[in-house]
Design a protein around this ligand. Structure first.
Ligand code: T46
Length: 136
């Protein structure tokens, strides 16, 4: 699975904590876009897509949420609930986000600008695409 949890360095002192993230350092790509999900309603599942080339790091900077990952061969469930922990998700990975706590803020750092053409929103198409890549 081309995804992994990354622990960021925490700069703490008696005032509290700070995490700094820079392109091509803590984040393994140049950051071109930042967005965040908040006020997600109880019971809602989001995502249900893969990206053809986009790489992202997801950080739950407040509260908690779960991420379902699927590379066409194996699946993985990841709980994000630490503001100093990021989930790197490469391209070609199906993702769903669920179990958002009421105070959850999911920050996403992305390697590309928003492009609807990069999304694969049909699961069958996703499986065909990853199997095709494997056979080439
Ligand atoms: C992903 C997961 C983790 C924009 O206009 N610009 C943007 O950069 C994004 C990300 C979305 N939008 C618009 C498109 C839709 O009208 O915001 C609306 C909601 O987007 P979407 O339904 O794609 O949101 P999620 O939560 O299903 O998925 C998002 C990202 O789209 C996706 O890349 O990996 O968060």
């Amino acid at each position: 699975m081309k995804s992994r949890l990354v622990n960021f360095q925490q700069h703490g002192d008696k005032r509290g904590m700070l995490v700094a993230l820079e392109s091509n350092k803590e984040i393994p790509f140049a950051i071109k876009r930042v967005y965040y999900l908040y006020d997600t309603k109880i019971g809602v599942h989001r995502g249900f897509h893969a990206h053809k080339s986009l790489e992202q790091i997801l950080i739950c900077i407040s509260g908690e949420c779960c991420i379902h990952l699927d590379d066409g061969k194996e699946t993985q469930e990841v709980i994000l609930n630490k503001p100093y922990e990021g989930l790197y998700i490469a391209n070609d990975i199906w993702r769903e986000m669920y179990n958002f706590s009421s105070n959850a803020v999911l920050l996403v750092l992305a390697s590309e600008l928003y492009n609807e053409a990069d999304y694969i929103r049909d699961y069958k198409e996703f499986l065909q695409s990853v199997n095709q890549e494997e056979n080439t």
